[in-house]
Design a protein around this ligand. Structure first.
Ligand SMILES: Nc1ncnc2c1ncn2[C@@H]1O[C@H](COP(=O)(O)OP(=O)(O)OP(=O)(O)O)[C@@H](O)[C@H]1O
Length: 234
């Protein structure tokens, strides 16, 4: 049995106060292991994005702890949390989070440049990842010139270019056609996932369920079940 990469313990998150309070996550505990693709599924508003944000160092929980490889991340100082996000986590969000004033290539190179790698080497590596997601010919364009699906592929290239050990994807294939979505997840599964990495994917896209190792279901801020995914044995 692989070691856990992420341990969430009794996480609670609410937004607003008094009558306006919404409790998004109501005491969630789970483990995600190295070497697995864990999917989190559930209806809209069930707390999936809020949970991802807490385990990836973006959103501080009101209660509970998140341990990533024996490090209680929310006990760290804020600059250490920022460092954790930069060095250990790759993100792909529903709305891409690309920088509009940078080229597509520079967007993919950002995590490498922030890690103080050489500028030219970063751009070369970024180009390799753009090629992998089929967008080498868009390298010099700003993201606004790309379709939604293409922007999502840029976000995926950026997340994997830094080769982080924890990859967090929030609806990564929502605006991709079936073939492109499967191709990208297939690539991530076969080339990025390894025994030192853990990939957590929130998705409604049943076309990519076959790549999951486990599927965790959420409803109304709680986990309602965990089942084996559709991943085929090697
Ligand atoms: N910043 C916020 N301020 C107020 N309420 C919020 C905020 N973020 C989330 N919520 C509320 O928390 C609940 C859970 O939202 P969350 O986005 O985590 O769900 P989700 O399962 O990811 O939904 P979706 O599948 O639509 O992305 C919802 O009721 C949502 O309205």
């Amino acid at each position: 049995m692989a070691e856990p990469a992420v341990k969430a313990n009794e996480l609670v998150k609410w937004f607003g106060e008094g009558e306006a309070r919404t409790v998004a996550v109501r005491g969630v505990s789970f483990e995600a292991r190295f070497g697995e693709m864990l999917y989190i599924v559930g209806p809209s508003g069930s707390g999936k994005t809020t949970l991802l944000s807490m385990i990836s160092g973006i959103l501080r929980p009101n209660e509970g702890t998140v341990t990533v490889e024996d490090q209680d991340i929310w006990s760290l100082a804020s600059d250490q949390i920022a460092e954790f996000r930069l060095n250990r986590v790759g993100f792909v969000f529903q709305d891409y989070h690309l920088f509009p004033r940078l080229t597509t290539l520079e967007n993919v190179a950002i995590p490498l440049i922030l890690k103080k790698r050489d500028w030219r080497e970063s751009l070369n590596t970024a180009m390799e990842y753009l090629e992998i997601v089929g967008l080498k010919d868009r390298a010099q364009l700003p993201p606004v010139k790309l379709s939604g699906g293409e922007q999502q592929r840029v976000a995926i290239a950026r997340a994997i270019a830094g080769r982080p050990d924890l990859l967090i994807f929030d609806e990564p294939t929502a605006s991709l056609d079936g073939d492109t979505g499967r191709k990208i997840v297939d690539f991530v599964k076969n080339n990025i996932l390894n025994d030192q990495r853990c990939i957590i994917i929130v998705t409604h896209d049943s076309r990519i369920y076959e790549y999951s190792d486990r599927i965790m279901r959420m409803e109304d801020g709680r986990i309602t079940g965990v089942e084996q995914g559709g991943a085929r044995e090697e």
